[in-house]
Design a protein around this ligand. Structure first.
Ligand code: MG
Length: 222
């Protein structure tokens, strides 16, 4: 793989859930990799379901609790169902500290279970420093979000604040270097959840594309 093929820049968008960015904006920004949120239940059909990634909910931190094994059964069932269609399940990070998530992934023990790593969610939920978590999850990481955030002054009790890329607590040069370290070469999907401010959202995503392009060039140059 050449440096220009590594890490295509993408955006998070949805068909009808009002999440991420509108698809026409992605086209205007020249972004061709799109991580698409599934259609709402009303419009979903077996052909359009395309389930691939989700927040499964809060995995209980206590492995001896009944809830832990219930959520494990749900994840196992979803993986087996997807496997029959040749698909994988990517759990999005954020709600759990890395050690809880790695233990859960090992307990579910399915070859098509992976992680969508979102460094900002770790910060928003107060679930631990993102880069050590990324290293710990390593080979499980098969897709990533590029989103930024600042910590809450009471992590784990109140939410942090999502920010434009590069203005929060995620160290993006180190994030990309860590992705290289764990062998991740897939899309860098920019997520910016301010659909209520479309003009600002487009400008901030355009700035994020520039920032990530610059970092990619710097890392490729060594
Ligand atoms: Mg995300």
């Amino acid at each position: 793989m050449t440096d220009s093929e590594r890490w295509p820049i993408g955006v998070f968008a949805s068909i009808d859930a009002g999440l991420g960015v509108r698809l026409d904006v992605a086209r205007e920004l020249g972004v061709t990799a799109v991580h698409l949120h599934t259609p709402h239940r009303k419009w979903r059909t077996p052909q359009r379901a395309a389930v691939g990634g989700l927040h499964i909910g809060f995995v209980p931190h206590d492995r001896s609790s009944a809830e832990y094994w219930q959520i494990l059964a749900v994840a196992s069932h979803a993986c087996d169902d997807l496997a029959r269609r040749g698909q994988a399940l990517h759990l999005e990070t954020g709600q759990e500290p890395a050690e809880v998530l790695t233990a859960f992934l090992a307990d579910v023990e399915r070859p098509n279970l992976f992680v969508n790593f979102d460094p900002a969610n770790m910060i928003l939920y107060g679930a631990g420093e993102p880069l050590p978590a990324l290293r710990a999850l390593g080979g499980y990481v098969r897709s990533v979000h590029c989103k930024d955030a600042t910590w809450s002054d009471r992590p784990g009790e109140t939410w942090g604040q999502e920010t434009p890329l590069g203005e929060g607590a995620v160290d993006f040069p180190a994030y990309l270097r860590t992705l290289a370290e764990i062998g991740y070469a897939g899309p860098l999907t920019i997520e910016r959840e301010i659909p209520q401010e479309p003009v600002r959202q487009k400008a901030e995503i355009a700035a994020a594309v520039q920032l990530l392009d610059r970092l990619k060039r710097e890392i490729a140059a060594g």
